[in-house]
Design a protein around this ligand. Structure first.
Ligand code: ADP
Ligand code: MG
Length: 698
């Protein structure tokens, strides 16, 4: 494999356009391509031909099975394998794969979360081929990306609403483009490049930690003497073992057509990042699932474990996912790229302001879409990024936007120099060199970087929300522009109004400062402190009107998602709490008892020499251990009680809140005691690998 060069292995396991073109009859290929590029409905009559070509190609490559690969609400991917074989009359088999099997599948779906949409007596769910994301072969299985819907047509997965949101955005963006005189674009697609952060630890330590096994994060663990304060890991040279791992990850991903590009060490010890080149949102989302999956699988082969959790180690930077997002026409024009002339600039400013309007109108939905239980340790906790949504535009663009508020912008500051353009609109800065790493939503020259997204989360959710809220903003703009008498002055008026109304969302300062929290409150920006508190916004009237208005999710689907999210939170914290109790009682307590006995024995021994033991170091130590131990034990009891009370609540939201407010907070107290004990007990008796071992011995 390593002898092959990149261009031969790239995409070798993907049934992509070049393979289709080579293997499909011309008219079939053309029809399929039209569906892929323009989103027109698939002509079912071509399915048999495509299926057969796909099967032949896959079998030549050694595939024996196929699967409808889908993304249920669990957040990971699911597959059920079927062999290509069909029995014949003479007791033999032939290899077969029909159009029907390609287009539609019927997995037994009863065990996937549906949030009450699908009663088990009608557990049928269907998978439907998504031909806009190419099929691929992994481990001798032909994987066909599919959407997953219920018998009654409701979305049971993350892909369906994402595809719908892409359609919604395309429809509205095209309206606006048309008004600007673009008659050639057939579709506007959203593009995404997600940067994925992750940790690696040695498998031998992982296997000894129940918390990592069951919860994906450490529930106990005292800080090592050295943390990340030296920041010597960031962009440092990559160690051989890690380099070998990354090489294999890249090769696996390239074969699957994932354009993995950059890789580097992150800030925290043991933390890394991988980023592919951006792609269509739908494909990027599928690819990100493959990236997460591949990281885990390949790590295993190298005696490593990949932790995708948002906060595997307390006190050490956590992981996130930077969702770089933009819109472009099917003929390749990036709509968030500042133009070179006043006309293009007006169009750019309209799209830019649509995003500003969208983000300021629906910050709660964005906050929710980026969240999961693990991200509560980051958002709004003492780590980047904050829970308050704001937009970073950079000084130059902010300056222009402020001019818009007072009428038309006429000048553009560029490196201090003032440029006046011929028309009413200024020449815009082409290269946004400003950087602000603290902003949750930053304009980075020709795209927005949404930096709040949880590292282990599918990016389908965040992008569904982004697409839909921007579609809504564009819709309102298009409604007005279509009715306008004087197009140019209406553009000016709209820009002016948007800036006036929504400029409070723009913030170029330090998002981590306490002053910003106060300032944001003054500006009326929401500061939602936890995942649980964000969930109800999904079923607010405003949210239902938005998602129904663009046919992305209906009320039933939204309510089901509300239930699923809360259920997931409750389950997550419940597992964490039970794991903590188990570790506390079966591992930590026995170790502390053992050590206390040794110290007590030592005291007895000194006693026989006639020395006053009450002032001895041993007595001091024993006293200190006992004090912490009393508190530790009391917190164990408290946690058991809190769990019991929380689980007893009938209403699902009340239950989730109890887990957040009671259970979670006692867990923190218990951890403080446990970590204190770790620093007091003889390290040779400590039953679980320490932070130092896990983070500094890779
Ligand atoms: P940084 O680390 O400075 O944030 P990177 O270069 O690592 O920047 O990541 C930038 C990401 O943004 C890459 O995945 C890149 O492909 C992606 N990107 C670039 N242009 C676009 C675009 N038009 N739409 C979506 N993503 C984009
Ligand atoms: Mg980034």
């Amino acid at each position: 494999m390593s002898t092959k060069n990149l261009s031969t292995i790239f995409g070798e396991n993907v049934f992509d356009c070049s393979v289709m073109k080579a293997r499909l009859p011309k008219n079939v290929y053309k029809k399929l391509k039209k569906t892929i590029d323009e989103g027109v409905v698939l002509d079912p009559s071509i399915a048999d031909v495509v299926a057969n070509a796909m099967k032949d190609w896959a079998v030549e490559k050694g595939a024996t099975h196929y699967t409808h690969w889908f993304q249920p609400m669990t957040g990971s991917t699911a597959e059920k394998h079927d062999a290509f074989i069909s029995p014949t009359d003479d007791g033999k088999v032939i290899l077969e794969f029909s159009g029907k099997e390609l287009i539609k599948g019927e997995p037994d779906a009863s065990s996937f979360p549906s949030g009450g949409i699908r009663a088990t007596f009608e557990a049928r769910g269907y998978t439907a081929w998504d031909c806009t994301s190419p099929a691929f072969i992994r481990d001798n299985v032909l994987c066909i990306p599919t959407a997953f819907v219920s018998y009654t047509g409701e979305a049971l997965d993350k892909k369906t609403p994402l595809l719908r949101s892409m359609d919604a955005l395309s429809a509205q963006a095209l309206r606006v483009l048309k008004l600007f005189g673009n008659t050639t674009a057939k579709r506007v697609i959203t593009t995404v490049g997600p940067e994925q952060e992750y940790f690696l630890i040695d498998k031998k330590y992982y296997d000894q930690r129940k918390d990592l096994i069951f919860a994906g994060r450490t529930l106990f663990g005292a800080m090592p003497p050295k943390g990340q304060e030296l920041e010597d890991h960031y962009f440092g040279s990559i160690k051989e073992r890690i380099a070998a791992f990354m090489k294999e990850v890249n090769e696996e991903l390239w074969k699957l057509g994932v354009r993995a590009k950059t890789e580097h060490n992150e800030v925290a010890p043991g933390q890394f990042e991988i980023a592919p080149i951006f792609n269509t949102t739908n494909v990027s989302t599928d690819h990100n699932q493959l990236v997460m999956d591949t990281l885990k699988k390949v790590a295993n082969r190298h005696g490593l474990v990949c932790l995708l959790h948002e906060k595997p180690f307390a006190g050490i930077n956590g992981s996130g996912k930077h969702n770089n997002w933009s819109m472009s026409t099917d003929d390749g024009q990036n709509l968030l790229e500042p133009g070179t002339n006043p006309h293009e600039n007006a169009q750019f400013l309209i799209f830019l302001c649509a995003v500003i309007k969208a983000v300021d109108t629906y910050p709660e939905l964005l906050r929710l879409a980026a969240s999961n239980p693990g991200n509560d340790h980051r958002l709004g906790a003492n780590e980047a990024p904050p829970a308050i949504i704001s937009i970073f535009l950079g000084d130059q663009l902010t300056d222009i936007v402020e001019q818009l508020e007072n009428g038309a912008a006429t000048s553009s500051k560029q490196g201090g120099e003032l440029r006046i353009s011929a028309s009413t609109l200024p020449a815009l800065p082409k290269d946004n060199t400003d950087r602000n790493r603290t902003s949750p939503f930053a304009f980075t020259g020709n795209k927005f970087e949404f930096r709040m997204v949880a590292s282990s989360l599918s990016i389908a959710g965040p992008n569904t929300v982004l697409n839909t809220i921007v579609a809504e903003a564009l819709k309102e703009i298009a409604d007005r522009l279509e009715k306008s008498v004087n197009f140019n002055s209406e553009v000016q008026a709209i820009l002016q109004e948007i800036v006036k109304k929504h400029k409070r969302i723009i913030f170029n300062g330090n998002n981590y400062s306490d002053e910003w929290v106060k300032e944001a409150e003054k500006r009326g920006l929401p500061n939602i402190r936890s995942f649980v508190e964000a969930v109800p916004f999904l079923i607010s009237d405003k949210s239902i009107a938005l998602f129904e208005g663009h046919s992305v999710l209906n009320k039933t689907e939204l309510h089901s998602r509300y239930e699923i999210l809360l259920e997931q939170y409750i389950k997550t914290i419940n597992i964490e709490a039970l794991t903590m109790l188990d570790m506390a009682k079966k591992q930590i307590l026995p170790a502390v008892f053992k050590y206390s006995t040794i110290v007590a024995q030592s005291i007895n021994e000194i006693k026989t020499t006639g020395v006053d033991v009450s002032t001895s170091v041993q007595a001091d130590l024993l006293k200190e251990i006992s004090e912490v131990l009393v508190s530790f034990k009391a917190n164990i009891t408290k946690l058991e009680k809190a769990l019991e009370i929380a689980n007893f609540k009938d209403d699902i939201y009340e239950r989730a809140l109890a887990f957040r407010n009671e259970v979670f907070s006692v867990m923190n107290d218990l951890r403080i005691d446990g970590d204190k004990l770790e620093t007091l007990v003889d390290s040779s008796l400590w039953p679980i690998p320490t932070y130092s071992e896990m983070l500094f011995t890779l």
